[in-house]
Structures are given as structure tokens and as C-alpha cells.
Design a binder for this molecule. Structure first.
Ligand code: MG
Length: 326
């Protein structure tokens, strides 16, 4: 009788996820994320990136290699860069929220304030497929803006953001409010026409953090929710706030809401364009259309609270705080 003694040397290693991150990202959230990543460095194949273009190219390389998923640690700008690299592939995006606003993470119900829970979502591996749209060839997952909000981003310098934080945007906005913006003409593929001084396009509900600006949006319904603002300056701001207080910015008299999968915006002058919160540049002709493929993104299968409900709660808490009532 033969007895075989086997000493197994097989060790089942936990899966290592390719993770793209910017080691120079500053801010409290970015530093927390960096510490979180280093504590679990054995779970990741780390790729430090120095620019959005590098993040995009690396993501594209992983996609071409057939990698099932790529994680990105960062805010909406970083995620947008990685998404550009994943377009048209089966590679899913995993999100480690490390930005200031994390609008996209909030939209999907990814715990944006708890990295442990955000990583649990990645480990659970549920994949949601969402619509992707593009403006002049630049893809976006969450939203794009033409005119006023892009102008605010354009006017806000990096130095002032570093010194003043969110106040820098308010200062830039105050400066722009006094200026007369050029009139933009919008035309949808269905032939509907509108004129306005600012146009926002939402794939998801949320805008700029926790404001549910596109209350009827759904990032799986194959259309963009479009808001056309007809009034400029302080009327734009006052009407928007009044509209939101009544339950939706589109309820304001000077705001028109429409839905379409393709539209164009033209103007006699150049206007700035932002995608997912980052300035794209200036143009006098912006063409929006759906991308051929959806984005696969790792998200909770059952978000704890409805995105809209959570967003409304957060928004009301914030407005009460601003009014000194909390
Ligand atoms: Mg939609």
C-alpha cells in the first residue's frame, strides 16, 4: 500500500484589481483614499497616472487586453478620463470615490463617504450598464453644460480654488452674473427648437454634488434630460432656486425641460463647454449624441435609498444649514 503525502503549496490569492490613481491629487478625500489604497496594496495592481490623458490611455490598454474591470480612484474628472479609455469595450469601471463632489458615485448609490463600503461594492461585482453620451466627440457619464456653468468653471482659477475652496466658484459666478451672455439656439433631432443663454444636459439626476437638477433623468432610458435657461444673470439664479424649492428647477417659468438623444446648440459667438465638471473648451457649435455602447460600471445592485430621495434629503439639509436653521 502506498501512502502519498502531499503538501499543498497552492495558495489562492485574492484577486488584484488594476487601479488607476493620481498620487499627486491633493485634498483631504484624495489623501484618505491614498492611505486606504496603500493599506490594501496587495489587493491592487497600482498604476500611478500623472495626467487625464495617461489615465485614459492606460484604461484603453486594459480594455484592449480584455481586463474585466479597471478601478479608478478620483473625482468625476478622473472617472471621465478613464471612461474615455473604456468606451466601446466590455471592461467595467470600478469607482473608489476620492474627489470633492463625487457626483457620479452618488448617482449610482456608491458609498462616497466610506471607502470600505465602496470597496465592498467592487468586491460584490454587480455590473450596471448605463447610457453614455458625447458632445463634440467628448464622452460624459453624468452631465454637460454650455454657457453659464462652464463659464464659471472657466473663470475659476486653480489658485483661487486652492485659496478659497467652493467660494472661488461663487466669486466667479458673481462676476459672470453681471455680463450679458450670448443667445444660444438649440435644435433636437426631432426638430424641436429652443433659445436660451445656458443649456444643461443630464444623463443622471444629480448636478454639482447633491442637487437633483434633472429630476426626471434616468441613465438607462437612452435620452438626455435637457434644461434650457431663458433668463440670464440674477434672474437665472433666482428662478432656479425658486424652481428647486417648488420641487424642480424645470418648474421655473424661465426654464424649459426636454428630452432627446441627439441635439445641437449653435451661437453667433463662442461659448464654453464643460463635461462632468471639467472645461472642454469653447465652440460655437455643440453636437450631442448617444454613444454606440453603454458603459459597464460596478455599482450596488440595490442602493440603500433611492438616489432621488437621498439627494433631496441631502439638499434640504444643506439649504437648512445655509439658512442657519439646523
Ligand atoms: Mg436618460
Amino acid at each position: 500500500m502506498q501512502i502519498l503525502l502531499c503538501y499543498s503549496t497552492d495558495v489562492t490569492l485574492p484577486r488584484r484589481y488594476p487601479l488607476l490613481f493620481n498620487p499627486k491629487a491633493h485634498g483631504e478625500k484624495a489623501q484618505k483614499a491614498a492611505a486606504f489604497i496603500m493599506e490594501r496594496a496587495t489587493r491592487f495592481a497600482l498604476y500611478a497616472t500623472s495626467s487625464p490623458a495617461e489615465a485614459r490611455d492606460l484604461a484603453a490598454k486594459f480594455a484592449a487586453d480584455g481586463e474585466p474591470c479597471v478601478l479608478a480612484a478620483g473625482g468625476d474628472g478622473t472617472l471621465n478620463a478613464v471612461v474615455q479609455g473604456l468606451v466601446g469595450s466590455n471592461t467595467a469601471l470600478g469607482v473608489i470615490p476620492a474627489g470633492t463632489m463625487n457626483v457620479f458615485a452618488r448617482e449610482l448609490g456608491i458609498p462616497y463617504g466610506n471607502l470600505h463600503k465602496a470597496f465592498d461594492v467592487i468586491e460584490a461585482g454587480y455590473i450596471r450598464e448605463i447610457d453614455l453620451f458625447q458632445v463634440n466627440g467628448a464622452p460624459f457619464m453624468q452631465m454637460a453644460g454650455l454657457g453659464f456653468d462652464a463659464m464659471v468653471i472657466e473663470e475659476t482659477t486653480w489658485e483661487s480654488k486652492k485659496m478659497l475652496g467652493p467660494l472661488a466658484y461663487l466669486l466667479a459666478a458673481a462676476k459672470i452674473l453681471g455680463e450679458k451672455p450670448p443667445l444660444m439656439k438649440l435644435r433636437t433631432a426631432e426638430g424641436r427648437e429652443e433659445e436660451g443663454v445656458a443649456v444643461l444636459a443630464g444623463n443622471g439626476v444629480l448636478y454639482g454634488g447633491q442637487v437633483p437638477l434633472f429630476r426626471m433623468a434616468n441613465n438607462q432610458d437612452e435620452v438626455l434630460d435637457i434644461l434650457v435657461f431663458h433668463e440670464a444673470g440674477y434672474r437665472l439664479v433666482m428662478d432656479s432656486i425658486t424652481g428647486i424649492a417648488r420641487g424642480g428647477v424645470d418648474l421655473a417659468k424661465s426654464v424649459t425641460h426636454l428630452q432627446s438623444a441627439a441635439f445641437e446648440v449653435t451661437c453667433d459667438e463662442d461659448f464654453p463647454v464643460q463635461v462632468d465638471g471639467d472645461l472642454l473648451g469653447r465652440t460655437s457649435h455643440a453636437l450631442f449624441s448617444a454613444m454606440e455602447n453603454r458603459l459597464r460600471v460596478i455599482a450596488p445592485e440595490h442602493p440603500m435609498v433611492s438616489r432621488f430621495g437621498e439627494a433631496m434629503n441631502a439638499f434640504w439639509t444643506w439649504t437648512r444649514k445655509m439658512q442657519g436653521k439646523s
